[in-house]
Structure formats: structure tokens, C-alpha cells
Design a protein around this ligand. Structure first.
Ligand SMILES: C[S@@+](CC[C@H](N)C(=O)[O-])C[C@H]1O[C@@H](n2cnc3c(N)ncnc32)[C@H](O)[C@@H]1O
Length: 267
């Protein structure tokens, strides 16, 4: 399954109410959104037809997250009637906004993707789904930090290992999409500060000169999940139901974590 096809289906199974995209380019992934969205890219040239209420931000993701209220657009304005007309909560301005679905596809160096993940997680919750693109490079050349190929993943594949080592509380799923795979992250915890605290240490360890030592398991796509099998898994409905009922982390995440792990084990 191609990455945009998978993303289109993810919008459906997550029934997301909000969407954040980092890295827009010509809008081919943004055009899949139908909900209030924010899309960030310092150099987008949107040529696709966009069919959602989107705030397009011409900035780097770091500058975007440094704003005092980056998700203001998703909460709508102070006008309750206008919010209602736009399908938002009438008193949205005063509510905390959570990102239901985020797609991280900006700068393809691991330290940028790591910062993007940390910032996205701050605005996410246990029922959020965070997707990182280009996590399965097909060759060492494609994974180089210093780009010298047309198709380029860079070394963002390192994020999978970084999350597994430093954030075992999250559930990470490598998905075998074409051409270069995606990572889904479940169980976000906006209060967890481990990655922020260890950022310098992690960068010092993983920032190594080319050629990158891409693990065979990554190149051979050994620990990956079939995209269709993941989309067909039984945990999506309970996730959406619990999220929409507003269950808190302790009541919502633990049962879901179990269902998720079972679905992954039985694949
Ligand atoms: C691979 S393209 C995005 C493709 C798009 N998501 C899609 O699937 O159709 C990567 C984009 O990230 C943008 N980008 C580069 N550095 C960035 C940064 N620091 N913050 C946000 N976006 C960045 C580039 O301008 C480029 O348009």
C-alpha cells in the first residue's frame, strides 16, 4: 500500500477531529484532511485541491511551536456562533486542544524529527495517533544525512530506536508502506519530559557522519506490520469511542494498550 493511501485510511479509522501536518510541500498529504487542520512548512507550494479548514503556516516547525498559542486555529475564535457553524465547539476558545492525528514529514534529519515529535506530543494525548514518514530507507545512500539522492529519507529512521529505548511507555508500530515506510506512535503523554531532558545526550549519540549504519532489520523491513492488517485491527473503534467520551489516561490507555499489543502479536 502506498503511503498516501494508508494516510487516507488512517484519517477514516481514527475519525480524527483535528489534524497537524509538518512538511506540506505541494499538498498531496494535506488534501486528505477534511477536519480543522494546521499545516506547517517554510517553503510550501500547494498545488493540490485542499478540502479542509486549514491554517497554512509558512515557517519552520521549530518557529511554529515557539509561538505563544500555536494551535489557536483549531480552537476557533471567540465567536460561539461562528465556531458552531464551522463544526467546532462553541466555547472552543477556552478548551485545551488535542491533536487527534499528526503527520511529521518535515526536515529529514533525526534531530529535527525528534524535536517535532517532542513538540507534537506536548499537544497530544493518550488517544492521539502520531505518524512519522520515511522511517524505512531502502538503502544507506537514501538514509544519508548529507543528501545526494533524488528520493531521500535522511536518518529519521533512528527515531524508532530512540523511542523504543527512551520511551518504552509508548507503543510504536513500523508500517510497511511504499515507498519508505511509516512509524505510528500510540499512547502519547504530554507530561512526559524524558525526551526533552535527554535531547542533547541523544543528539550527541546519534549524530554520526555518513555513511549511516542503517540496521539490516530496517533495510529488510523485518519488524514491520502490513498496513491493511493494521487498518483492519479491532482496536480503532474502542480508541475512537473512548477518546470521544473523554476518558482520561488511566481509564482509556491501559485497556487500549492491551488491545493494541494483542493485535500486533497476532499479526
Ligand atoms: C517530503 S516533503 C512533505 C511531503 C508531504 N507531506 C506529502 O506527503 O505530500 C518535506 C517538506 O518539509 C519541508 N520542511 C523542510 N524543513 C522543514 C522544517 N524545519 N519545518 C517544517 N517543514 C520543513 C520542506 O519544505 C518540504 O516541503
Amino acid at each position: 500500500m502506498k503511503r498516501h493511501e494508508f494516510l487516507r485510511e488512517l484519517h477514516k479509522v481514527t475519525a480524527n477531529r483535528t489534524y497537524l501536518e509538518i512538511g506540506v510541500n505541494d499538498g498531496r498529504s494535506l488534501r486528505l484532511s477534511r477536519v480543522p487542520s494546521i499545516a506547517v512548512d517554510p517553503a510550501f507550494k500547494v498545488t493540490s485541491e485542499i478540502r479542509c479548514d486549514v491554517h497554512l503556516v509558512k515557517a519552520t516547525s521549530d518557529d511554529f511551536f515557539a509561538r505563544p498559542d500555536p494551535l489557536a486555529h483549531l480552537r476557533g475564535g471567540r465567536n460561539p456562533l461562528r465556531n458552531l457553524a464551522r463544526g467546532r465547539h462553541p466555547l472552543g476558545h477556552w478548551r485545551r486542544t488535542t491533536l487527534d492525528l499528526s503527520f511529521i514529514d518535515g526536515m529529514h534529519l533525526f534531530e529535527y524529527a525528534l524535536r517535532d515529535f517532542v513538540n507534537v506530543e506536548r499537544h497530544s494525548d493518550w488517544a492521539s495517533v502520531i505518524v512519522l514518514d520515511d522511517m524505512l530507507p531502502r538503502s544507506v545512500d537514501e538514509a544519508a544525512r548529507d543528501r545526494h539522492t533524488t528520493a531521500w529519507t535522511g536518518d529519521v529512521y533512528k527515531i524508532t530506536e530512540i523511542l523504543e529505548r527512551h520511551r518504552p511507555d509508548l507503543v510504536t508500530v513500523l508500517v510497511d508502506t511504499q515507498p519508505t515506510g511509516q512509524l505510528l506512535v500510540f499512547g502519547a503523554n504530554p507530561r512526559n519530559t524524558v525526551l526533552h531532558e535527554k535531547y542533547e545526550e541523544i543528539v550527541a549519540e546519534y549524530d554520526v557522519p555518513d555513511p549511516q549504519k542503517v540496521p539490516e532489520t530496517v533495510l529488510d523491513r523485518v519488524r514491520t506490520v502490513d498496513p491493511q492488517a493494521l487498518l483492519d485491527a479491532g482496536f480503532w473503534r474502542p480508541l475512537v469511542r473512548a477518546r470521544n467520551r473523554g476518558l482520561n489516561r488511566s481509564r482509556g490507555w491501559e485497556p487500549l494498550r492491551g488491545a493494541l499489543q494483542q493485535a500486533l502479536l497476532s499479526r
